[in-house]
Design a protein around this ligand. Structure first.
Ligand SMILES: Cc1cc2nc3c(=O)[nH]c(=O)nc-3n(C[C@H](O)[C@H](O)[C@H](O)COP(=O)(O)OP(=O)(O)OC[C@H]3O[C@@H](n4cnc5c(N)ncnc54)[C@H](O)[C@@H]3O)c2cc1C
Length: 380
């Protein structure tokens, strides 16, 4: 049975009174569309003019949504999550890199994150974005520069291979549709190479696309036919507006579902498909109903909450009531802990602020639970 996601004592036990008040203030701020729009403009101006912004961001949004500038600096966050039985997924934030030198540097940093997870049970998975280790023109069209494509393949093979050698598991994040064909090809190559004994490499399936439930089913059948273990991270998808705009500009049909209900329906159907077909799955979602459904599906299938084939994941600083209540009930839970230089994290932070503004239902839920916990502590 799903835990009580409204148990605020359990949800925020890892936060001191001061940290709780800080989180409340932050969610109040990002709940205001005007403040978020203003913040975005100021951040973009500061980035363009190379004005130092660390002093303003570090103690506020950065401290809330990121672990630190380095793996070592993220240690406090890793330990704090582990106290609540929540695992870490170190997520190096580097976006928009194009030169071969920068792409190699990102590969090396992700290798260091994979090594940091080795033998440390507080870490559950490693993760990377293919666009962090590939020039974007090559991802759009792998045939455009065969030598560069071979270098991308070698970087992806190095990351997945290191995860396999160190006994770890690795997620390959899903991105925009114009990159996803190349990402799928790379992920499938690595899954068929390394997932022979167990699911090491996990591809990500975005269910806000209307064609992805069919992709998941076809991939399951292929893995069975070829004798390897399929691992998937399921998400609804993060690039909806961009996808719709681009399709409209090109006069093409949108790859995105017609409405939210269709995304929800396929997401939940994908969870059920994975449980019914023994696919190793990580549900990357802040949606209460989908998290509760996965608990129910596990129970119906006779799986223990701690069954290692099923994981729940959320982002650091978001949906603590889901993460910590699931973990306290014995489910496998992990949070993405983004880390990296503050300037590099700005696009990620803007997305988090916007997401928390646009997902009005969720933000008000998070806010009301934070308020309830402040009141509860005052009363005790
Ligand atoms: C651990 C983790 C890993 C993630 N990894 C990735 C990744 O690799 N790639 C990626 O793209 N995203 C990733 N995400 C982000 C994710 O895709 C979602 O954007 C985010 O989690 C919000 O969806 P939700 O399931 O939490 O639920 P909800 O808040 O219930 O759903 C919001 C989502 O529903 C969809 N949606 C909203 N309105 C509509 C509409 N009108 N029509 C159709 N669909 C709609 C959109 O996808 C929107 O983001 C990840 C999230 C987590 C927690």
């Amino acid at each position: 049975m799903a835990p009580d996601f409204n148990n605020t004592e359990q949800a925020f036990r890892h936060l001191s009174d001061a940290e709780l008040r800080k989180a409340l203030l932050l969610f109040r701020t990002v709940g205001s569309p005007t403040l978020v729009r203003l913040g975005k403009v100021l951040m973009n101006v500061a980035l363009a003019l190379r004005i130092p912004v660390g002093w303003a961001i570090r103690p506020t949004v950065y401290a809330h949504f990121c672990g630190g500038e380095t793996i070592a600096e993220s240690e406090g966050t890793v330990a704090q999550l582990a106290r609540g039985r929540v695992h870490t997924i170190l997520d190096y934030s580097a976006e928009g890199k194009e030169s071969e030198k920068e792409l190699d540097a990102t590969r090396d940093e992700v290798l260091a994150a994979i090594d940091a997870a080795q033998g440390d049970e507080r870490h559950a998975f490693s993760v990377f974005k293919v666009s962090g280790v590939a020039p974007t023109p090559v991802l759009r069209d792998p045939g455009s520069d065969p030598a560069a494509w071979e270098r991308v393949k070698a970087r992806v093979a190095a990351l997945c291979g290191r995860a396999a050698e160190t006994g770890g598991r690795i997620f390959i994040d899903a991105e925009e549709t114009w990159f996803q064909g190349a990402i799928d090809a790379l992920a499938e190559e690595q899954m068929s190479r390394l997932n022979r004994e167990r699911a090491v490499v996990f591809n990500t399936v975005q269910l806000y696309r209307h064609d992805r439930l069919a992709y998941l089913k076809a991939l399951t059948e292929r893995a069975q036919r070829e004798g390897w273990h399929l691992g998937v991270k399921l998400v609804r998808g993060a690039y909806m507006e961009k996808e719709r705009e681009k399709a409209a500009e090109a006069g093409k049909p949108s790859p995105i579902q017609p409405d939210k209900a269709a995304s929800d329906r396929d997401y939940d159907a994908a969870l059920a498909w994975c449980i019914d077909h023994g696919v190793s799955v990580c549900s990357g979602s802040h949606n209460v109903a989908s998290n509760a459904l996965l608990c129910e599906l596990m129970e119906r299938a006779g799986l223990e909450p701690g069954d290692d084939r099923v994981w729940f994941a959320q982002l650091l600083g978001m949906s603590d009531p889901i993460s910590f209540n699931l973990a306290a009930s014995g489910y496998n839970v992990a949070k993405y802990v983004p880390y990296g230089p503050i300037r590099e994290a700005i696009p990620y932070l803007i997305r988090r602020a916007e997401e928390n503004t646009s997902v009005a239902g969720q933000t008000s839920r998070e806010l009301s639970l934070l308020r309830a916990e402040v009141q509860r502590r005052k009363a005790t």
